[in-house]
Design a protein around this ligand. Structure first.
Ligand code: ATP
Length: 248
């Protein structure tokens, strides 16, 4: 798919992410080809410095939408247009190289669970996104230590692999990794689910700082207090059809 240059005119769109008529089905080949439609022509525009919360009942497609924007799930049809390094690109149909570049420079993602790598220290896990951008290791390590301190991970744990960390500790490593590099778009999938009050407050602070830096934050948060504290808009996905279509 060809990338479009960003038009440099007064009409330049101010959106950072533009979902156009996206469709997503899951097909269960081992169950007589049962097809489940999660998105059926969903469109929405997202803006820099804006926080959007995805809401809707369990199964309405909140995580699926984040994974489609991040390029983890394929989009059946429609477009996921992103402003990336002065160009307009489409995640739907993007090459693996473009997905890699988008994830390095433009779209950050904090999933519900940390993918723990054995024998890699917590600090190295956290600073990897900065190293991928060419930041000097000592500068990256300083930034990593600052974030780990803010998220109350004791310094005695920084050089251990997160394999044996508790669920909440792993989630904080995941958050530190997600917030260490600035991204124009930051996707957060229930990032505060297993955190205590003190750490939840730190995460809200980090989100507010990202918003001030013009990041567009799109997230799933179940606590209405989170919605009130920073959300500019709540997008209700419950109106999206979630249907099972048996093959005829
Ligand atoms: N990889 C997959 N294969 C098959 N079905 C999937 C897959 N991922 C998601 N689904 C289905 O898509 C629907 C939406 O799932 P999703 O996880 O996006 O919902 P959600 O709104 O995030 O739910 P929750 O609030 O429970 O986390 C669900 O019915 C789910 O079973």
């Amino acid at each position: 798919m060809k990338d479009l240059p960003m038009p440099n005119t007064p009409d330049t769109p101010s959106w950072i992410l533009n979902l156009e008529k996206i469709e997503k089905d899951f097909v269960f080949h081992h169950q007589q080809g049962t097809r489940m439609t999660v998105f059926n022509g969903f469109s929405h525009r997202f803006y820099p410095g804006n926080a959007a919360i995805l809401s809707g009942p369990s199964g309405s497609g909140k995580s699926t939408l984040l994974r489609m924007i991040y390029g983890t799930y394929k989009t059946e049809s429609g477009h996921i247009r992103v402003r990336h390094q002065g160009r307009q690109v489409d995640v739907a149909g993007a090459s693996p190289a473009l997905i890699y570049a988008l994830r390095r420079d433009t779209i950050g993602y904090v999933s519900q669970f940390l993918r723990v790598v054995p024998r890699v220290s917590a600090l190295d896990t956290v600073i990897e996104p900065l190293l991928a951008r060419g930041v000097a290791p000592e500068q990256a390590a300083d930034a990593g230590r600052t974030l780990l301190e803010r998220l109350h991970i004791p310094s005695t744990m920084w050089h251990l692999s997160a394999t044996t960390f508790s669920g909440g500790e792993q989630q904080r490593i995941n958050l530190a990794r997600g917030f260490i590099a600035p991204y124009p778009i930051l996707l957060l999938d229930e990032p505060t689910a297993s955190l205590d009050l003190k750490n939840r407050e730190t995460v809200i602070q980090l989100i507010m700082e990202a918003l001030k830096n013009n990041t567009c934050v799109i997230g799933v948060f179940h606590d209405p207090a989170d919605h009130r504290s920073f959300a500019d808009q709540v997008i209700d996905l419950s109106t999206q059809p979630c249907q099972e279509n048996l093959p005829s």
